[in-house]
Design a protein around this ligand. Structure first.
Ligand code: ATP
Ligand code: MG
Length: 569
């Protein structure tokens, strides 16, 4: 961090305001916009929202909330080729899920097509826009370089009358796609490449998901965005740092449009980039189309719908966004921080249950045959109000195969011949023997005796080193359990010049355990209950795959950050 950055972050911490809030405070103290604060979140409906968008959503809606202002939802739907109503619907569902409300302010850039067209005609009449008959690659060649001025198009000096006529005929469908564009007439020698007569309209024949085939010309993003802000009375147009060089053009259009003192102000902040993740919608779409993942909402995707299906809570995402903050400096954020945020929240709300992923039978030989008892276990020690749930104990149980060793090393505090362990929320048991399959050598059953005087919660103070999770073999239910690892095994899969990001896909990102044994309570609890499987992690029911006949649980996150440790070697 450079010194300016550290001063800035020190300053921010001091009054816990980010640099945008400091700007707004200052403006308000000067009475700007009559004290009005109005933001917008402007997604393009060409894909599902991802965690990066959550950073923008929390800022746009968060600022509005803090200053008793408003935040509009505006779909930036200026490119019919890539956009679809499926995306519009998913975007709305995701913003609501995150906990934000745009009330009745749901807008579409396409609603402004008539006004934008009229404004373009106005620019033409004022000699500030012209129709160029060149192909886009010719136009690009004439743009020059940052150190070298561009050259004027041979069509630059067409008369306003001719331009107006051509532009209207472009929109009437008289000219093929790609044959003509409308350009703003600004400055071909500007040091800002975006000011060198940018294209503002192109011809497209693809029908639009809202306006059908009413239009044959479509405004470019830069021509629609700022003007839409202006039409809506937006005061602060918050966007990511890539838009810094667009700001001059944003302001130029507003200058041509505005009739009084009011103007929207563009402010840029650093985007969210996460380790072990790709965040571009184009790349996420590729994963979906190539069926590398199970759709946009695959639990390994960084999409909000994927995180939701995985079992993330909106609170955990908002907390994560809060922790990383908003600055003017590019960063690559550690995915471990996102995982620790969800761990922190689930620790507070998840019911503690037991599930055995790789079961082996444990027979309590001194427990009377045909009998059983009902024990009770606390749902969540972090939350006294969470209550408790019943737990069956009897002669036949399941424990994890890994929790037994015939011939253990010294510090193995789990089960082994002669060893004692506590069965969580039940009794202390001592291993008395086991049965092996004679041909395969696999352990088939383990035998133990229990000490009835050691019932959990009964005040027995005898301590043993290990505590194991278990389930009653008679009452356990079968469930599919899905364990996830990161989708990519490289910290920055997008950051390699000579390698495609798909080369870094982690082949082991999904492990399916078809038949785990779980407590019956898991299937009785509410569908959206979050669970902590003792010693295994936090889990949540998969809303897409789970059925009453075949429940499916996703691991949201492990109990500890084992990845960081493993990677440190
Ligand atoms: P992508 O590059 O993934 O296609 P985009 O920027 O084109 O994303 P938009 O739908 O235009 O997607 O984004 C809507 C808003 O979300 C914009 O204001 C954009 O700046 C913001 N945004 C997009 N990605 C991020 C990110 N990684 N971090 C923070 N804000 C983001
Ligand atoms: Mg964009």
């Amino acid at each position: 961090m450079n010194s300016e950055a550290s001063n800035l972050s020190e300053e921010n911490k001091k009054n816990s305001k980010n640099f945008i809030e400091l700007i707004i405070d200052d403006e308000l103290s000067r009475g700007k916009n009559n004290g009005r604060v109005h933001t917008r979140f402007p997604p393009e409906p060409n894909g599902y929202l991802h965690i990066g968008h959550a950073k923008a959503i929390c800022l746009d809606f968060g600022i509005a909330e803090k200053y008793q202002g408003k935040c509009n939802l505006r779909f930036d739907d200026t490119n019919p080729i890539k956009e679809d109503v499926e995306y519009v619907d998913s975007i709305k569902a995701d913003i609501r899920w995150l906990g934000y409300d745009w009330e009745d302010r749901e807008y579409y850039a396409s609603d402004y097509f008539p006004r934008l067209f009229e404004f373009a005609c106005d620019l033409i009449k004022r000699g500030l826009a012209y129709v160029d008959d060149q192909k886009s690659d010719e136009i690009a060649k004439q743009k020059g370089t940052p150190t070298q001025a561009g050259t004027h198009s041979p069509y630059r000096d067409r008369s306003p009358e001719e331009n107006l006529d051509l532009f209207q005929r472009m929109n009437a469908g008289e000219f093929p796609e790609g044959s003509k564009v409308l350009r703003a007439k600004i400055d071909m020698s500007s040091s800002n490449m975006h000011m060198r007569d940018p294209i503002i309209y192109r011809i497209l024949f693809t029908p639009h998901h809202r306006t059908g085939d009413a239009w044959k010309v479509y405004p470019m993003y830069d021509f629609a965005h700022g003007q839409s802000d202006y039409f809506e009375g937006v005061t602060h147009s918050l966007c990511t740092l890539e838009f810094v060089p667009h700001r001059e053009l944003y302001d130029w259009f507003i200058d041509q449009l505005k009739t009084d003192d009011y103007r929207p102000r563009q402010i840029e902040f650093n985007r969210l980039n996460l380790t072990y993740t790709v965040m571009s919608k184009r790349k996420l779409l590729q994963l979906v189309q190539e069926k590398v993942v199970d759709g946009w909402a695959d639990p390994r995707m960084p999409t909000l719908s994927g995180l939701r299906r995985r079992g993330y809570t909106p609170e955990s995402i908002r907390n994560f966004i809060d922790k990383i903050g908003y600055t003017k400096y590019l960063a690559l954020n550690d995915i471990g921080l996102l995982e620790s945020s969800v761990r922190e929240h689930l620790n507070k709300i998840a019911d503690r249950v037991m599930a055995v992923l790789n079961p082996v039978k444990l027979i309590v030989t001194n427990y009377p045959e045909g009998e059983e008892e009902l024990l009770s276990t606390i749902n969540n020690p972090e939350n006294p109000e969470s209550g408790s749930h019943p737990l069956y104990f009897g002669r036949e149980l399941y424990i994890e195969r890994d929790d037994f060793m015939e011939d253990p090393p010294k510090k193995f505090f789990r089960l082994a011949p002669g060893a004692e362990v506590r069965l969580k929320s039940a009794y202390i048991v001592q291993c008395t023997g086991f049965k092996k399959n004679e041909t395969t050598g696999a352990i088939e059953e383990i035998y133990c005796t229990y000490d009835p005087s050691t019932k959990s919660g009964s005040g027995d103070q005898r301590k043993v080193k290990g505590t194991l999770h278990w389930v009653s073999a008679t009452h356990a239910q079968k469930a599919e359990v899905r364990l996830y690892d990161r989708l990519f095994n490289d910290e920055n899969p997008d950051g390699h010049k000579d390698k495609d990001f798909t080369e870094f896909l982690n082949p082991d990102s999904l492990q399916i355990i078809p038949e785990a044994m779980v407590e019956p309570y898991l299937l009785e609890a509410n569908l959206d209950t979050k669970f902590q499987f003792t010693r295994i992690g936090y889990f949540s029911r998969d809303p897409k795959l789970s059925t009453p006949e075949k429940p499916v649980f996703n691991r949201v996150v492990s109990l500890k950050d084992s990845w960081a440790k493993a990677n440190r070697g």
